[in-house]
Design a binder for this molecule. Structure first.
Ligand code: GLC
Length: 529
């Protein structure tokens, strides 16, 4: 496919905005649309193609906005619907596409549908939009089955009249019943609402969870995870979910303009993931196997090969992702044990060059371009993640507000003199990691991302396409070529390796040691034609 004929998303670099933590213009310590708008020049300069904005809809914020009370309005914390429309327009003026987050698995417990369900009788049409069931046991005092919430504890909560409702996440996030046609109709209308506002795509939250076995059978012991792999798990990755996405595909195609659907689907391997992007369905899916992979040459190569082989069969492009708002930041993941952030950072720099050289699209999670790590010392009383309350495990450490400038918190996240504190505390050490301090430093993470994205945009070998592994690469070195004339080498071994003769280094993640590539370093090479 010629570059001009390919849909933009086949090779897009998408930057994830976790709105609460990106930039705060109102001064309340929580990021907002006006803050994001003011930082568009930064994103433009970074060189990304699109932004994905995590949920900005009206929400009681029991799960950072993944509990939506009104899908057609913006939460006042973030701004207004007019602000959102203005932002979409401003992004488009700068050539940045906008992907919004669609949350179809559950609503907020404050959504008017759920309020109506609570007010209605058991067996009513209002209740049938969710999963209400009588309990088990003599007086219905036991939950309808043994399903567990993803955040910990039972997946069922009892309401005053004795029925129970299903929530695979927090109790404030009741699961919708997608077997009820009213639910599908409502989401058609929500998709149209945002397509009419010219969004370029949707990230589908919990895309693997929408369909449930209508019998709601007990889970067999140890079958609680996504890892079923057969399409018949009672609530994860059931084959029937694909019909929903085929319907959305048809709907979006009527709008024209290459609208993107990207699935958040935690499934058992590349084969299962390929189903989401098979012809007539969604366009791409986050490649969590890459994110979950250890810093190990053999494992990375296996994931890359498996990804390209299985997705290749569907015609969909691969995506590559290292971090997001749900997982420990990758610098910390790569820091090893005992944790060594210098080592983690070195590997993260090499990983960025690896990711951006692979065929397909890539996702950058805000702050990874600043070299931010997981904040692991947030005091328990300041934790906001509902998962912390339900299981003691928190995702707040990767959601800390970004440091933009200055020497002390809020580091330009909120306006000077706002008097508020950021909604999660920022480490003092981030004074050396602000965007402004990195801007003038050629060795900074920010400059590495800027340069690599600039090269990626202009180099004809990068983006969509294939790769060929170098058969002569030394042990524990990933080396692959992309045509025309490009090679990426990543040294995951413990000793420095020679670079091929006659190649120009166009970018390296660390200084070359006498022309050799040090351990945990990556280089991009231009090969002689
Ligand atoms: C997805 C989101 C996560 C959220 C959950 C429930 O996994 O990425 O942040 O908590 O869905 O909506």
């Amino acid at each position: 496919m010629s570059a001009a004929a390919r849909p933009w998303w086949r090779e897009a670099v998408v930057y994830q905005i976790y709105m609460r933590s990106f930039a705060d213009a109102s001064g309340d310590g929580i990021g907002d649309i006006a803050g994001l708008l003011a930082r568009l020049p930064y994103l433009h300069e970074l060189g990304i193609d699109a932004i994905w904005i995590t949920p900005w809809y009206r929400s009681p914020m029991a799960d950072g906005g993944y509990d939506v009370a009104d899908y057609r309005d913006i939460d006042p914390l973030f701004g207004t619907l007019a602000d959102a429309e203005g932002l979409i327009g401003a992004c488009h003026e700068r050539g940045i596409r906008v992907i919004v987050d669609l949350v179809p698995n559950h609503t907020s417990d404050r959504h008017h549908w759920f309020e109506a369900a609570l007010a209605a009788e058991p067996g009513s049409p209002e209740r049938s939009r969710y999963w209400f069931r009588p309990g088990r046991g003599r007086g219905g005092e036991l939950p309808p089955n043994n399903w567990q919430s993803r955040f910990g504890g039972l997946a069922w909560t009892q309401v005053p009249d004795g029925e129970w409702y299903l929530h695979l996440f927090a109790p404030e996030q009741p699961d919708l019943n997608w077997a009820n046609p009213a639910v599908a109709d409502e989401f058609d209308s929500i998709l149209r609402f945002w397509l009419d506002r010219d969004v370029d795509g949707f990230r589908i939250d919990v895309a693997h969870g929408l369909m449930k076995d209508p019998e709601l059978p007990d889970l067999a012991q140890h079958a609680g995870a996504e890892h079923n792999g057969a399409g018949s798990h009672p609530h994860w990755d059931r084959d029937e979910v694909q019909a929903i996405y085929q319907r959305w595909r048809r709907l979006a195609d009527r709008y024209g303009g290459e609208r993107l659907f990207v699935a958040e689907a935690w499934v058992a391997g590349a084969d299962r993931l390929a189903r989401y992007v098979a012809s007539g369905g969604l366009d791409t899916a986050f490649n969590f196997d890459f994110l979950r992979c250890a810093w190990d040459a053999g494992e990375l190569r296996a994931v890359i090969d498996r990804t390209l082989a299985t997705l290749g069969g569907t015609g969909a492009p691969a995506t590559w992702v290292l971090s997001n708002h749900d997982v420990q930041r990758h610098i910390t993941r790569y820091a090893g044990s005992p944790a060594d952030l210098v080592r983690g950072t070195r590997r993260a720099r090499a990983a960025a060059l690896l990711m951006l050289a692979l065929p397909g699209g890539a996702y950058i999670y805000q702050g990874e371009e600043l070299g931010l790590w997981e904040v692991e010392d947030i005091p328990a009383e300041l934790m906001q993640d509902p998962r912390f309350r339900l299981s003691g495990r928190t995702r707040d450490g990767c959601r800390v507000p970004l440091p933009w400038s200055g020497e002390v918190s809020p580091f330009g996240f909120s306006p000077a003199g706002a008097g508020s504190t950021p909604w999660l505390p920022q480490p003092d050490a981030w004074r050396a990691f602000t965007a402004t301090s990195q801007e003038r430093d050629p060795d900074s993470m920010l400059e590495l991302y800027r340069r690599s994205l600039r090269i990626r945009r202009s180099h004809p070998a990068l983006g969509d396409g294939d790769l060929e592994w170098d058969a002569d690469a030394p042990a524990n070195v990933l080396s692959f070529q992309r045509e025309p004339g490009f090679r990426c080498i990543v040294n995951l071994s413990t000793s420095a390796v020679e670079l091929p003769a006659g190649a120009d280094v166009i970018l390296a993640s660390a200084p070359l040691a006498g022309g050799r590539l040090a351990p945990d370093t990556a280089a991009w090479l231009q090969l002689a034609r």
